[in-house]
Design a protein around this ligand. Structure first.
Ligand code: NAP
Length: 283
């Protein structure tokens, strides 16, 4: 019998802890914790993500500053905004919602975010520190996966983990976190030969592929722990993950659902990173 990893419940519990930490910061330092959210253009998915992030900030008492810029904003205008936020002592975290319009050089913009305010954990320095297992701001989604494993008392040490997907924002930092937690990690991608054999040998599978129901029951060994990062629509337009949940679940010891799994953890880890950044700031 499998156990469902309830990301929604874990996220709710963590948000209560974060709320207390935010209140404590205010008492001790006499100021709010601030997160600046920058959205360029009118991408509907980005608008939803930004709205949810602002709402989550409100719930835990983090002050959010939102900046909505038109799709045709000039590179210099956007850069000047980020420079201002970088030196603003009331702003502890800066989030630039991606993707940015094609005419904007996104990496130049992101490089202007100080490492200490990079609450997405996407900067080369934060990723480098993660590789060196040094304190840093860690990418929210993979860090959320680690928190889910931790809250379920799943010991990662010595386990064989297969991460399917090697993106800079999910797969690669996920693999690093698992290595740092003493798992034996294999990273698979679109050029991997015999993905099924790799997955069948895994104690833990983290699926971050972006293909609906891609991990099927024949790829999962008995008793495996399966974490589904994917957010996709199935053939009927229904939200689903990268794992064929209905057919895979009975083979698992633990499995996270979509929705209600990793998704709620991602924004929670953004709040967590913002509090971490604020606590480390000297202002
Ligand atoms: P991505 O940048 O598109 O990366 C997908 C990865 O999957 C790539 O490394 C790709 O390999 C690999 N892949 C594609 N086809 C494959 C195949 N047939 N066999 C093995 N590997 C294959 O996607 P992402 O940004 O990492 O996101 C992955 C999924 O997670 C998406 O559904 C996304 O919506 C979801 N997501 C969820 C959250 C959340 O909060 N829950 C956050 C971020 C992302 P190559 O490198 O060889 O191309």
């Amino acid at each position: 019998m499998y156990k469902l990893i309830d990301g929604k419940a874990i996220a709710a519990e963590m948000r209560e802890e974060i709320k207390n930490a935010v209140a404590e910061f205010k008492t001790n330092r006499g100021k709010d914790i601030g997160l600046a959210v920058v959205l360029v253009g009118e991408n509907p998915a980005s608008q939803v993500y930004v709205r949810n992030k602002i709402k989550a900030c409100e719930q835990v008492g983090i002050k959010s500053y939102s900046y909505y810029l038109p799709a045709d904003v000039r590179q210099e205008q956007l850069e000047s905004l980020i420079r201002g936020l970088a030196s603003d002592g009331t702003v502890h975290g800066i989030l630039v919602q991606l993707p940015l319009p094609a005419h904007i050089d996104a990496s130049r913009v992101l490089r202007l975010i100080p490492v200490s305010k990079d609450v997405d954990g996407f900067s080369a320095e934060n990723i480098g520190k993660l590789c060196l297992n040094q304190p840093c701001l860690v990418a929210c989604t993979p860090n959320g996966v680690m928190k889910m494993l931790e809250k379920e008392n799943i010991c990662v040490r010595g386990k064989r983990a297969v991460v399917v997907g090697r993106s800079d924002i999910v797969g690669k930092p996920m693999a690093m976190l698992l290595i740092n937690a003493d798992a034996t990690v294999t990273v698979c991608h679109s050029k991997t030969r015999d993905l099924k054999a790799q997955c069948l040998g895994a104690d833990i599978i983290v699926a971050a592929v972006g293909k609906p129901k891609f991990i099927t029951a024949d790829m999962v060994g008995d008793g495996a722990i399966v974490i589904d990062v994917g957010i996709n629509r199935d053939e009927n337009g229904k939200l689903c993950g990268d794992v064929d949940f209905e057919n895979v679940k009975d083979k698992c010891s633990y499995i996270s659902p979509v929705p209600g799994g990793v998704g709620p953890m991602t924004i929670t880890m953004l709040l967590f990173n913002t509090v971490t950044a604020a606590k480390r700031s000297s202002d």
